[in-house]
Design a protein around this ligand. Structure first.
Ligand SMILES: C[S@@+](CC[C@H](N)C(=O)[O-])C[C@H]1O[C@@H](n2cnc3c(N)ncnc32)[C@H](O)[C@@H]1O
Length: 250
């Protein structure tokens, strides 16, 4: 049971980018896939458009959808600064129910956004959206953390790293984790020490095992073409911390 809207991590988009941006290997992975399946691309749960805009800058016609307006507002500001052939479009919608007449050659999620879909119903609704909006033979790609490759035990506060914020301040990031095994949901509390203040925010992420994921994708009519452990296309192993799935609409 989540007693918050699971959006606390998305209230400070500029600092979000400084903390989580710069994953060029990942953006390249999706760019190369988009080139292989040319057409209109959709990123669901796109946030501030970190990946969306990387693809747009390199000539991909792309739409980003997210449920948190402040993240999209910042994505649109950044989009305006780019001079590109096809400006990226950003739409506010729930990926579980998003509808449009447009069909896409490729749909992807990243930033482990698949794990934001916390129940079987939510996961199915997301996959139904993706299936409906893909062209025949279209490609669906996303990554998630693999429960068998991660330590899910409860942890007291421990250091997670640092980043430099919009004011040039080095922010110390730490956090706790508490795992609800029954619902397969990890509850993280992130603590950021900005020097003069400390903030906390909560996030819940679902951990789905790879066998259950396979069943879910099969049931929805997707054919899993590849599963990778990393953005460099290393093959997935049962103990890999991450699984990247590339699926075709069957
Ligand atoms: C970890 S962030 C990833 C954002 C972006 N993909 C990235 O890589 O930076 C997860 C995103 O999922 C979005 N999100 C969560 N639930 C959603 C839903 N039901 N529909 C659309 N977006 C959703 C959040 O607003 C947030 O921007």
């Amino acid at each position: 049971m989540i007693d918050h809207n699971n959006q606390e991590e998305y209230l400070d988009p500029m600092n979000y980018d400084l903390e989580f941006g710069g994953e060029t290997d990942k953006y390249e992975f999706f760019l190369q896939l988009a080139k292989k399946y040319p057409g209109h691309v959709l990123e669901l749960a796109c946030g501030t458009g970190l990946a969306t805009l990387y693809l747009a800058e390199r000539g991909v016609r792309i739409t980003g959808v997210d449920i948190v307006e402040p993240m999209l507002a910042y994505a649109r500001v950044k989009a305006k600064e780019l001079s590109v052939e096809f400006p990226a479009e950003f739409l506010e919608a729930d990926a579980r129910t998003f509808e449009t007449d447009q069909r896409y050659s490729m749909i992807y999620l990243t930033g482990n956004a698949f794990q934001a879909f916390l129940s079987d119903d939510d996961q199915q609704a997301l996959l139904q959206t993706v299936y409906n909006l893909l062209e025949p033979g279209g490609i669906f790609a996303f990554e998630m953390r693999n429960p068998d490759g991660n330590d899910l035990s409860d942890e007291e506060e421990e250091s997670w790293g640092t980043f430099v914020d919009v004011d040039g301040v080095t922010v110390k990031v730490s956090g706790t984790q508490t795992y609800d095994a029954e619902n397969q949901i990890m509850h993280w509390v992130t603590i950021r020490d900005w020097g003069h203040r400390r903030t906390t925010s909560r996030i819940a992420c679902r951990f789905t095992d790879v066998q259950s994921l396979q069943q879910l994708l099969d049931k929805q009519g997707f054919i899993v073409e590849h599963q990778y452990a990393n953005w460099d296309h290393t093959a997935f192993q049962p103990s890999s911390p991450m699984v990247i799935s590339v699926c075709k609409k069957g």
